[in-house]
Design a protein around this ligand. Structure first.
Ligand code: FFO
Ligand code: ATP
Length: 196
């Protein structure tokens, strides 16, 4: 046996291969369960809060229904838009509003939508562990957005969104990585040790 730790890209590739192998029906059923768990856990504290979700790409969990439920519970919504290779911003959004190409295959509100600082980030994950360490797609977009919000004194509640099959025993954390406060999968909503 060897004790060499897995590289982040290897862990990401393996996890994304498992996620890609889900059927459309499985993804829809699991996304529905994620919406139910997320709405139940977050609805009470949501009125007036700004929640940034995402428009799914590749085989990501679809948080469209969760966003709509949170909007109904009183949330303002936002979606990320890529403005350059290193930077995403969050733009205000209402369910059903038209979106434009948002970079990297994503869809986002256009430039005329107001830029907002979210209170809650629903973050798509490639890989995660129980402690709330995560790997995204490797661009550092979310890490930098969180650092930028922190520099303005904002500390959004970070909620990872993934399927159970994306969990691993341990994700190697680097100094710039900010751990998740909570994780929602099809089996439930769980706060991590950071999210108390
Ligand atoms: N749905 C969704 N929207 C999002 C993100 C996301 O992860 N998911 N983002 C999260 O930051 C930002 C966009 N950044 C992205 C950065 C890279 C890739 C991507 O697919 N990159 C590589 C794959 C890398 C790999 O497989 O190792 C590619 O282009 O193929 C996608 C989005 C904001 N919006
Ligand atoms: N706060 C930051 N400031 C500057 N560079 C950063 C910051 N956070 C991450 N980066 C850079 O971004 C790159 C990708 O980081 P990492 O591998 O952690 O991506 P990731 O967590 O998969 O991406 P994401 O945050 O978009 O989900 C790295 O080269 C890293 O140095």
């Amino acid at each position: 046996m060897n004790d060499v730790p897995d590289s982040k890209p290897d862990m990401r590739n393996r996890s994304l291969r498992r996620r890609d192998a889900l059927t459309g029906d499985e993804r829809r059923a699991k996304s529905l369960a994620i919406a139910t768990h997320g709405a139940e856990a977050l609805a009470a504290e949501i009125p007036g809060k700004c929640v940034a979700g995402y428009h799914p790409i590749r085989s990501e969990a679809d948080v469209g229904l969760l966003m709509a439920l949170l909007e109904k519970a009183g949330a303002e919504l936002a979606l990320p838009a890529v403005i350059d290779r290193e930077t995403i911003v969050f733009r205000a959004f209402r369910s059903g509003e038209e979106l434009v190409a948002g970079g990297f295959g994503t869809r986002a509100p256009g430039e005329d939508a107001g830029e907002v600082d979210p209170d809650i980030l629903l973050m798509p994950l490639s890989v995660f562990d129980e402690a709330g360490n995560r790997i995204g797609y490797g661009a550092g977009h979310y890490d930098r957005a969180i650092a930028r919000l922190a520099a303005r004194g904002r500390k959004p509640f970070l909620v990872g969104i993934a399927f159970d099959l994306q969990e691993v025993p341990s994700v190697p954390a680097e100094p710039h990585d900010v751990p998740l406060d909570a994780i929602i999968t099809e089996s439930g909503f769980g706060r991590t040790e950071n999210g108390d």
